[in-house]
Write a protein that binds this ligand. Sequence first.
Ligand code: DP6
Length: 348
Amino acid sequence: KIYRASTTAPVNIAVIKYWGKRDPHLNLPTNSSLSVTLSQSDLRTHTTASCSPTYPPAEGDTLLLNSHPQSLSTPRSLACLTSLRSLRRSLESANPSLPPLSSYPLHIISTNNFPTAAGLASSAAGFAALVRAIADLYTLPQSPEELSLIARQGSGSACRSLLGGYVAWDAGHKGDGSDSRARLVAPRSHWPEMRAMILVASAMKKDVSSTSGMQATVATSSLFRTRAEVVVPREMAAMEKAIEGRDFEGFGKIAMRESNSFHACCLDTEPPIRYLNDVSWAAMQLVQGVNEKVGRVVAAYTFDAGPNCVVYFLEGDRREVVGCLAGCLKEGLVERVEGGVELEDGLE
Ligand code: DP6
């Protein structure tokens, strides 16, 4: 007999960035962050987890990502699998009639419908889908917030992809990380006019991974401390308020400032890290241009650890925003535009 569960998890794009770990081992961040979960119709990871007493034990746990075998014995994947197995084991000891799934090898098959590791938050959707699929396979009763503690150990930003809408990851204070988890700031329905569009400047794999980049920033950047201790706590509070009040002007200004602050810290790292390229800069200027033309903030850019530009805007301003940004596609400035995507409400 083969036991199986499938799920999809969406990408999230932070408007308050996670950058820096206070504990690399438990993957605890220096500062809190906040993201918007994008719709699964455009960008998502689909994952099927299966286990069976008939799978050859010698093979152990296996993972196929976009048809390529990947290791599940990295410390991050192991942290997730060990936590999930131990939750299943507690279920099994409380209820001996359950099949002993925790002792069977796991086979995971995962596919992204977007380029892996191109700064399109693939690790976020990847680990969120992995954790959700195994939790479903194991029929675990844990809430998405509780599962976020596990996904966080796979990849920090993944903890935010277990919830839909507007999601915070509270850094927490505890040494064991038990308060470092995702929290729903507002469901998608709170601000349903919000849209995101991705200007793909390059779908190539990035040179400096987020994990090693942020470690280098923590070790060498003097701007970083002020950012983590002063700037982010202030912006985080203001962003939650802007979302609560559906204030796009506030939301947009904070998002753009935050992106700039994060990339300034990257440049302040030794040796400097540069994720933005000329196309990214052109995209920033385009966004600024639309806002100036309309006379208010109708579009907001943000960049993760890569050159691709994510633009947030409201449905009511679609014509101005898309009209202007479509121009850059025509001029061959960007490879392609993903979306006009809607946001996601939550995982099924
Ligand atoms: C710039 O979550 O990829 O996208 O925890 O080391 O896996 P690890 O890092 P990761 O970092 C994401 C950084 C970011 C900002 C963000 O998503 O908040």
